[in-house]
Ligand binder design. Structure first.
Ligand code: CP
Ligand code: NVA
Length: 313
């Protein structure tokens, strides 16, 4: 039985999900993961004859493969549409949405501008899932917090220190972490902070849940006493021209053995792809405190839960 509260909805921002929605998704992800790990199949695939259209304006390993393999495992089908076919100027975003809603059961889109996913969702009557925009990456934060939930249980009061860029991955973690009552710290160089609008929303959510949102320029201060250290690439997709400038700006924000010593029990996370030797050393990434490949595995299970709940199966 799925939870009627999620059926038919979109996932555009991490703030779209209430703590209750997230609890439902974690429970469903746990069930699907246990069954899939034990049997490598689902006895009663819940999405038979359902189709997901996947639109990509940017490259992807994890998002593409986990959504596509996830649909197969659930008994359904996914269609990969490259940028030239959709969202590439052949027709309007609204017309793409109005075609796809007649052909498929849900859309997952990775776009540059956030507004494109918002418009797809406004024009299509079927669920639309944000597979990453410049502003947010809610599927990532769902898998990340599911990974932490598996290890720590209730996340209320847990402290996550994000070290690096106040980017899409940080935005969604701050919003979802705040919804769950977490303390989300960000250590970032001046000039590379998050969006003021996202921070305002995350602060509202934290005020309601007992969590908090805080900022510093000092990576050690952020990491001290935290439960989770999180980092992401210093240069996101589409910012390649700034890569050198960013390497200089972020040089003091590498997650390495010395920084991890500030919080000896913390686990370390990264959404991947990683630039080994830049934002994180191989020693930390491959070390005993890394849960990075669990996060990546959980993209599959968390998104399968999302698909089952949104499609109301
Ligand atoms: N973390 C993540 O979204 O990976 P991809 O860019 O490979 O999809
Ligand atoms: N911040 C990164 C995340 C990649 C999954 C980017 O937007 O490229």
């Amino acid at each position: 039985m799925t939870n009627a509260a999620l059926a038919g909805r979109d996932l555009i921002s991490a703030a779209d999900l209430s703590a209750q929605d997230i609890a439902v998704l974690f429970a469903r992800a746990g069930e699907l993961k246990a069954e899939y790990r034990a049997e490598r199949r689902h006895a009663s695939p819940p999405l038979e004859r359902k189709t997901l259209a996947m639109l990509f304006q940017k490259p992807s390993l994890r998002t593409r493969v986990t959504f596509e393999a996830g649909m197969t495992q659930l008994g359904g089908h996914a269609i990969y549409l490259e940028e030239k076919i959709v969202l590439g100027g052949r027709e309007t975003v609204g017309d793409v949405a109005r075609n796809l809603e007649n052909f498929v059961d849900a859309i997952m889109a990775r776009t540059g501008p956030h507004e494109v996913v918002v418009e797809l969702a406004a024009k299509a009557s079927i669920p639309v899932i944000n597979g990453l925009t410049i502003r947010e990456h809610p599927c990532q934060s769902l898998a990340d917090l599911f990974t932490l939930h598996e290890r720590f249980g209730d996340l209320r009061g847990a402290t996550l220190a994000f070290v690096g860029d106040g980017n899409n991955v940080y935005h969604s973690l701050a919003l979802m972490g705040a919804t769950l009552g977490m303390h989300v710290r960000l250590a970032h160089p001046i000039g590379y902070g998050p969006s003021g609008r996202i921070v305002e929303r995350a602060e509202e959510l934290a005020a309601a849940s007992g969590g908090s949102i805080s900022f510093t320029q000092d990576a050690r201060e952020a990491v001290a006493g935290c439960d989770v250290v999180y980092t992401d690439a210093w240069t996101s997709m589409g910012q390649e021209a700034e890569a050198e400038e960013r390497r200089d700006a972020f040089a003091r924000y590498q997650v390495n053995r010395a920084l991890m010593a500030a919080s000896p029990d913390a686990v370390v996370m990264h959404c991947l792809p990683a630039h080994r030797g830049e934002e994180i050393t191989s020693e930390v990434m491959d070390g005993p405190r890394s849960v990075i490949f669990d996060q990546s595995e959980n993209r599959l299970h968390a998104q399968k839960a999302l698909l089952v709940e949104l499609l109301g199966a």
